[in-house]
Design a protein around this ligand. Structure first.
Ligand code: H2B
Length: 97
């Protein structure tokens, strides 16, 4: 997987709301109405992660899920991270309605 340049990453983030590029990683925080919604979101994203063979570093506290995405193999952010970020944002949008 090829590392993306900082400007490629920043350009991709313009239509990925809630994600920021910080410390060499994509980061986002999702909030839900309760733990069940947060965990449901994580279960949904876990299936995507398995399909993509690409896994988030994440932390859940009650209704909050903090996510960091980067590609360990490339020690950088790649198109796979952007792909997973997009899927996670879509999943969160579904759970929030
Ligand atoms: N997830 C992430 N985020 N980065 C990786 O480099 C990565 C991964 N590599 N999931 C995969 C699994 C690799 O370890 C396996 C062997 O394909």
């Amino acid at each position: 997987m090829k590392a993306l340049t900082d400007s490629e990453i920043r350009a991709a983030l313009t239509d990925l709301h809630g994600w920021r590029y910080e410390g060499g990683r994509l980061r986002a925080e999702f909030r839900f109405s309760d733990f069940a919604q947060a965990f449901g979101f994580m279960a949904h994203c876990a299936i995507h992660a398995e399909h993509l063979d690409h896994h988030p570093d994440w932390r859940n506290v009650y209704n909050r899920v903090e996510v960091e995405l980067y590609t360990h193999d490339a020690d950088s952010v790649t198109s796979r991270d952007l792909h997973l970020a997009r899927l996670m944002s879509e999943a969160a949008a579904l759970s929030l309605v």
